[in-house]
Ligand binder design. Sequence first.
Ligand SMILES: NC(=O)c1ccc[n+]([C@@H]2O[C@H](COP(=O)([O-])OP(=O)(O)OC[C@H]3O[C@@H](n4cnc5c(N)ncnc54)[C@H](O)[C@@H]3O)[C@@H](O)[C@H]2O)c1
Length: 299
Amino acid sequence: MSMFAKLALRCAATAPCQQIAQSYACAAIGTFASRSLSTDTSGRLQGKVSIITGGASGIGREAALLFAREGSKIVVADLSEEGAAATAKEVQAMGGSAIAVKVDVAVEAEVAAVVAKAEDEYGAVHVMFNNAGIMMSSDDDAVNTSEEVIDKTLAVNVKGVLNGCKYSIPAMRRAGGGSIVNTASFVSFMGAATPQVAYTASKGAVLALTRELAVVHARENIRVNNLCPGPLRTELLMKFLDTEEKKHRRLVHVPMGRFGEAAEMAKGALFLASDDSSYMTGNNLLLDGGITAAYVTPE
Ligand SMILES: NC(=O)c1ccc[n+]([C@@H]2O[C@H](COP(=O)([O-])OP(=O)(O)OC[C@H]3O[C@@H](n4cnc5c(N)ncnc54)[C@H](O)[C@@H]3O)[C@@H](O)[C@H]2O)c1
């Protein structure tokens, strides 16, 4: 055991600095178990269990890795069984603990099974990151969007989030509290002349349902907030923006002049998931490169 770990453990015996010292001691001891897990951990989610939907890719994958570095056990839940398993493997490779579960968030019974699996495996659920979402290529304006696209988009993006809340809230009650983070979007606040009206409607609905659940559960030590990403350089958006012209059409509206990164969103999700945001509920964290603040952007 390093000198630093011994000192920290001694300090942990005295009440005032117990919590801080213990987390530093854990970090120091951790260097023996896994260097990559311990070097930059500050234990914001130490001892917690987090379910992350859409954990196979983009924001969800980055959040799984970051939450694990901060001490959380991770349940990676995704429609892609292979992708979920790959993320869980990455977490394990850096010394963390993770399981992968296949789920379609639009199917209530499957979401119930994910929460049950998390409690069976890890004993509790403290964080539910309802992050899985879709944007369909034939999503268009009100006149041209098919019923099929509307139904599917709302089923995944709205019912999927609601399902996650429905089954994680009782689990959080059993755990003594928790934090729900729902992924909405900057399009919850803005209209675009490149319409995807089913997607936009779905992300507006996420804002409203989060607000209401936050108020209902505020006195049960359960917080509910929205992560609202701007346009990102992830699979979901980049598969549409396959030419420089299409990218430019969007970037001209982003004051920072670039797309966001999934890793930048994961940091916001960590803030909302952890006690760093302990006095925040029913609210929205916009990480959008300034797009919702802009009228005329820099040349
Ligand atoms: N990329 C952006 O520009 C952007 C902007 C704002 C909001 N968002 C939102 O962020 C969230 C994550 O997006 P991303 O950019 O990381 O996308 P992504 O496509 O990289 O990842 C989405 C993940 O969700 C999974 N998924 C899709 N349908 C599912 C279902 N029915 N059940 C379970 N899992 C399912 C996919 O398999 C994938 O792994 C989404 O809710 C998206 O709407 C993205």
